[in-house]
Design a protein around this ligand. Structure first.
Ligand SMILES: *Cc1c(COP(=O)(O)O)cnc(C)c1O
Length: 481
């Protein structure tokens, strides 16, 4: 791309007086805005012709990488394909033009969709009811913990102010607990990578509000001790919270509610499609078991033949009803797959992950060598003598046209490289990825400098990520040419 013509910033293409529009003569020429509302000097806005603007943004959009461009094995994120029909449904004018404040009687279709989505999620998870209000997974965690707190307060147990979180947990778990005003206690993992039940036993007492678990956990491993854990947690008077961000491999196969979980969140933007690279949009519905429904924030309920919004004076987690367009996509996804095909999601995601793991474990370090679910973690290259790190491998993958896996998470290993292929990928895509991963392992031995200085084929080369984190430059300075 010719950067001089298309520009890094639209401001660099500006020429005083250039216009991309022509407006008719104003009919209100004699109307003067009150001077206290007017600027003293003109805003520094770019002045460009229309063709320049269109090319500038079109060329920038071509630098984006998404699931629709290529393989995106970003572990923990479930970057699954967002079927085009989802976008068609979310863009229906009758959905798109809704206003959050319009009377319920004029948006019965939208409320019905939300009601049916709440009930589909309840059926898929074995819980009693859901709120669709939270705007992300982390927001769902916070909502769930607020519900758990209110539950204990109602039961005369306000001293339950601590949450037990596994050392393998996603960082949002302890963060949500802290935001909710709860103290975090860590429970250890066993050498096999699952929660250490003996350690947990010693931590449970009448100050514990909840134990948060992810299953399969962030190492992609199925927590086999859930029945015993649920029994111990409930016997101690605490509740069991399910971080449902990893629901994908269980979808339609087994249900957190049946395993003994009391409260959970789902990431609609992971398990139920929706493009969510770059931070949004999201939706983190929260479900509860029977007997706790009245603690849920805003829900849609059916009264006689009408759908209506039930609000909760005690727990409110956002104005209006949530991220409606994400709900439309999730509902479309559930209906278009249907009950039988939803059951294929987990096994195919699991097959793809295990196939990659087994095909690469002779060249990448596999710290826990066992059957995984939808994702798994390598601890860098097997041959540590080359000096090539997980960061280098991730950068080199960009040169070959792949999005990098998640790196340096989970924190249990020094060189974590976390791969989640999802169920969508064909054997050809997966085989090509395996070939490239093997090629990089080979390059690490024969030509380590090329790997360590990657990427070489991207618009921006290797950035100084420490400097970027410590001294971020977030403003635009106009450079005179
Ligand atoms: C993604 C994720 C979250 C957080 O979800 P957000 O929507 O990003 O806030 C929590 N837990 C796990 C295990 C996750 O993978």
């Amino acid at each position: 791309m010719n950067n001089r013509l298309y520009g890094n910033l639209i401001f660099e293409l500006s020429h005083a007086g250039r216009r991309g529009y022509s407006l008719p003569e104003s009919e209100f020429a004699d109307y003067a805005l009150p001077t206290n509302l007017c600027r003293e000097t003109d805003a520094a806005l770019p002045e460009c012709d229309e063709m320049t603007v269109v090319r500038h943004y079109t060329n920038h959009s071509a630098n984006n990488f998404g699931v629709n461009n290529g393989f995106y094995p970003l572990g923990s994120c479930t970057m699954k394909y967002n079927p085009v029909i989802n976008e068609d449904m979310a863009a229906l004018p009758s959905f798109q033009n809704l206003h959050p404040s319009q009377p319920e009687s004029t948006c019965q279709g939208a409320l019905r969709l939300m009601y049916e989505l709440q009930h589909s999620l309840a059926e898929l998870t074995g819980l009693s009811d859901f709120t669709l209000n939270p705007f992300a997974g982390a927001h769902g965690e916070l909502t769930g913990l607020m519900i758990i707190r209110a539950y204990h307060q109602r039961n005369g147990q306000p001293q339950r102010t601590k949450v037990i979180v596994p050392d393998s947990a996603h960082g949002t778990n302890p963060a949500s607990a802290a935001v909710c005003g709860l103290d975090v206690i860590e429970v250890k993992s066993t050498a096999e990578g699952i929660v250490d039940v003996e350690d947990l036993k010693g931590l449970l007492d009448d100050t514990i509000a909840a134990v948060m678990m992810t299953n399969p956990n962030t190492l992609g491993l199925f927590e086999t001790q859930i029945p015993e854990i649920a029994q111990l947690v409930h016997a101690s008077g605490a509740l069991l919270y399910y971080d449902g961000a990893n629901l994908n491999p269980l979808l339609g196969k087994c249900r957190p509610g049946d395993m003994g979980f009391d409260v959970m969140h789902i990431n609609l933007h992971k398990t139920f499609s929706t493009p969510h690279g770059g931070g949004g949009p999201g939706s983190g519905p929260v479900g509860v078991r029977a007997g706790m429904e009245d603690l849920l924030p805003t829900c849609v309920v059916k009264a006689d033949d009408a759908y209506t919004v039930k609000r909760n004076e005690g727990i409110s987690v956002g104005s209006n009803l949530g991220n409606f367009a994400v709900m439309v996509r999730a509902y479309t996804y559930i209906l278009s797959l249907g009950r039988e095909n939803l059951k294929m999601v987990g096994p195919l995601a699991t097959l793809n992950a295990n196939y990659i793991k087994e095909s690469l474990k002779d060249v990448y370090e596999l710290p826990i060598d066992t059957l995984c679910k939808h994702e798994f973690v390598f601890d860098g290259l097997k041959d540590k003598s080359t000096g090539v790190t997980t960061m280098d491998v991730a950068k080199r993958l960009l040169d070959y046209g792949y999005h990098a896996p998640t790196i340096y998470f989970p924190l249990l290993f020094h060189e974590s490289l976390m791969i989640e292929p999802t169920e969508n990928e064909s054997i050809d895509t997966i085989d090509s990825f395996i070939d490239v991963m093997r090629k990089i392992a080979e390059e690490a031995k024969t030509d380590p400098e090329t790997v360590k200085s990657a990427p070489h084929n991207t618009p921006i080369g290797r950035v100084d990520d420490v400097l970027a984190a410590k001294q971020p430059v977030l403003t635009y300075f106009h450079v005179e040419r």
